[in-house]
Structure formats: C-alpha cells, structure tokens
Design a protein around this ligand. Structure first.
Ligand code: PLP
Length: 436
C-alpha cells in the first residue's frame, strides 16, 4: 500500500468494490467496463496557492490522490514550462511545451512514470498497445521510451497521418515499435482490442495508455490550478475566470471540473468543440445522454471524437448540474481558419486549429456575458504541428520548436503490417522483447 488516501470506484459500480490508486492505474478501465473516479475529492490544502511552479502544485495537491512518492514522480514528469500568455484582455495557457509539442505530453508523461513506479513496487512489467490517429501515439511513445518495465507498440493507419506526425511516430526509440497498418484508424483500434483478449499474447501483459486512465486524468487537474494561480497573480486580483477547453474525448474538461471540486474558486468552463459537437448538443438539451453519433473529420483532428468516453465520468458525477457549470460552443472549419487569421492580425499570435476553436468559442461567450470575466483559453498544440492549416489561414509558416524539428532527421524504424489480428499477433510474438 502507498500513503494515498483516496479510493477509486467505477462509474458503473453501484457501490461495488473501491480500489486503491495503483490498482485503478494498472487496470485502466474497471472490470465492469466503467471508468474509475475518486470516491471523494479532498479539498486543496491550505497554502497550495503559494506554489511557484506546476511541479510544486503537483507535490502539494496530489499526495492524497496518488501518494507522496507518486506525486513526486508526476512533478518530475512535468519538467517543462506551462506559460500563461496575455492575449488582449485575456490569456492563453500554453500546454504544448512538452517533448512532442501537444498537451497530451502532460498526461502521457505522468502516466508513464506512475506505471513504472507501480510496477517497480509490485514487480512485473507491461506492454502498452496504442492505436493512434496522430498526437496520442507520439506523446505515449516519447513518455514510455526507455522505461525498464514498460514497452510500447504503436499502431497507426499507413497514409492516414500527417508527415509531421509520422516523423514523430516512427522515430526510433528504446522499447518502442511502430506499426504502419495497411488500413484505417478504426482497423488499428479493432486490432488493439482483439489483442487484449487474445490468450496467445497473455505473456506480454498488455495494457493501455488511453485518456480514460485515472493516471492521465489526475495530473491534468494541475494546469487548471497553476493557470488560475498565474492569471490571478498577473491581474493582482481574485477576478472570476472562464477556462475555455478545446474538447474531444472530454478528458481535459473532466480534469477541469475536478480541479473546481477540489476547491479552485471563481472558475467557469466553456467546452469548445468542432463539428463533433455531441456534448454541446447535450448541454443545450438537443441530444440525449449517450446519444452519440459517428465522428466526422475536421482541421482540428485531435478533437474528432463522435463518442467521447469521458462523458460517462461527467454525466455520472454531475448529471444535470453540468449544464450550470459548462457552456458549449460549436466551431466549424471555416470559422476556425478565420479565427486563426484574426488572432494573428490582431495579436501577432499563431494558434493551432484546436486552440483556435477555443479562441472562437471564448469570443462568442464573452460577447454575451454581462459580468466582467477574464478568459483563459487552453492552447493544446504547437502551431508547427499543423503547418498547412496555419499557412492557409495566416500566410505564415510556423517555426518548429527544436524538439519537434529534431524528429525530422531522427533515425526512423517502422514495421508495415496488414490490418488483421493475426498479423499483429505474429509481429508481437516474433519479437516479444521490443529491445531485442
Ligand atoms: C487530445 C486533444 C484535444 C482534446 O482533448 P480531450 O481531453 O480529448 O477533450 C484537444 N487538442 C489537442 C491538440 C489534442 O491533442
């Protein structure tokens, strides 16, 4: 046992067994198919707001949830800047200064360190399998590479990711194998699912790293706390803040609402969606709970989610109250490009398409909000990850940060396989030790 105090239960648990953090972490989804949520949410400790870095917030706030040693591991994982950048009267909180230049680095790096620590304590090792359409795969590969008790297999649709994304996915890393699947993203997801229930692969101890894992969710509460702290310091006041969240699978928003329930005062939320706007329609009363649809592809492709899995956490926890705490906005591709252009013209700021969906949503909400509120728009990816859209909207080619540029020339390693469970099984069993 660790010194974590909070227990976790399944969203479908009906008072079923409550498990300690490490168990929820290593399992991913609960055995009944639900998602783990904290049974209770301890209040922020006195003095938390004296923190001088996000790592500091992690060490102060996370111990009751994950244990002190695990909180230290998260603090170590978050060794990059999360700057709050003024944009007119409002702010952008840049979450993309991690190694793969997207906010998925926050959750993936934390999850990797937490799993490594738990496996060291309990003994054992695991193989993470991820189906990816882009950003998640590279963040996970980067985060887990070189950890002694973990190895990673990435499956992506061959020809279905951008060049920048493919460079990142196929960069040769210790303990990582990249599989270019001759099929679609849906094929990749199906193959991963089949592998999990394939008895021939039991010895690999397969596990997942997707956004439903509590080990990714909890660390994401930290930048809400840190962002609000920075905003209030810079304003010199306790002004009310609206956090604007470019959303897809709703993990990010779920973490924000969790930060609020820890006791972060004076914050409201805007869920900013592209045309995949099931959640916006739910908030407006135009869609039933769980009345999901198929996804459509957009310029902000990391948010192209038809059936957001974290909806279950939000709905089970907050139900109708959700409608009081969150406003939703839908932004189409044309308006996204226009917002990218206007933001560049007005402020000289280059936004990626996801961030632009947030900026547009905030400009609408702000226009109809009477009370004086400052907006904090979460910037979820570096514009250089989406050079075509940025160029199209603004005429400017964004400069890639050094870490991103390095992937272009890094040695690559990729294995091409057909889109069948048998092909994946054969490849995995052929070289079960990914470092061999
Ligand atoms: C994943 C992602 C999102 C959406 O976050 P969710 O937690 O899935 O709602 C937004 N922007 C970018 C760049 C992402 O990679």
């Amino acid at each position: 046992m660790t010194d974590a105090r909070v227990l976790y239960r399944s969203t479908r648990g009906n008072g079923g067994p409550e498990v300690p953090f490490e168990q929820a972490l290593l399992r991913g989804p609960a055995p009944d198919g639900g998602l783990y949520v904290p049974v209770d949410i301890p209040a922020l400790p006195a003095g938390w707001d004296a923190a001088d870095s996000m790592a500091d917030v992690a060490r102060t706030v996370l111990p009751p949830f994950v244990g002190a040693k695990a909180a230290d591991a998260v603090a170590d994982a978050l060794d990059f800047q999360v700057p709050l950048v003024p944009l007119g009267d409002d702010f952008v909180l840049e979450l993309f200064h991690g190694p793969t230049a997207a906010f998925k680095d926050v959750g993936a790096r934390s999850l990797a360190r937490l799993m490594q620590q738990a496996l060291e304590r309990r003994g054992g090792s695991a193989t993470i399998l991820v189906a990816t359409s882009g950003d998640t795969g590279s963040a996970v590969a980067d985060a887990f590479a070189g950890l002694s008790r973990l190895q990673v297999g990435l499956l992506y649709p061959s020809g279905g990711v951008s060049r920048v994304q493919e460079d990142q996915l196929t960069a040769r890393r210790p303990g990582v194998r990249a599989f270019a699947v001759e099929g679609t993203f849906d094929d990749c997801q199906r193959m991963v699912k089949e592998a999990f229930s394939d008895p021939a692969l039991a010895s690999l101890a397969l596990s997942s790293a997707n956004s439903i894992n509590v080990g990714r969710l909890l660390p994401q509460t930290l930048y809400y706390l840190w962002g609000a702290l920075q905003a209030r310091r810079s304003l010199g006041s306790e002004d009310d803040l609206t956090m604007v969240v470019p959303s897809g699978n709703l993990g990010n928003l779920t973490a924000g609402l969790m930060a609020q329930r820890m006791g972060l005062p004076g914050v409201r939320f805007v869920a900013a969606h592209n045309r995949n706007d099931y959640f916006v329609r739910f908030l407006d009363g135009r869609a039933e709970a769980y009345g999901f649809g198929a996804s459509v592809s957009t310029l902000s492709n990391a948010m192209d989610v038809g059936a957001p899995s974290n909806f279950e956490r939000l709905h089970e926890d907050l139900g109708q109250q959700l409608r009081e705490q969150v406003e939703g906005e839908t932004v189409d591709d044309a308006t996204t490009l226009q917002r990218m252009r206007v933001t560049y013209e007005k402020h000289g700021y280059l936004a990626c398409p996801h961030t632009a969906v947030g900026l547009e949503a905030w400009s609408r909400v702000k226009a109809r909000t009477a009370a004086e509120r400052r907006g904090v728009v979460l910037a979820t990816a570096h514009p250089a990850k989406f050079p075509e859209s940025v160029q199209r909207a603004t005429g400017v080619t964004p400069t890639a940060p050094a870490a991103l540029a390095a992937f272009q020339t890094a040695p690559k390693l990729v294995e091409r396989i057909s889109a069948t469970a048998e092909a994946l099984r054969a490849a995995l069993l052929d070289r079960p030790d990914f470092n061999a």
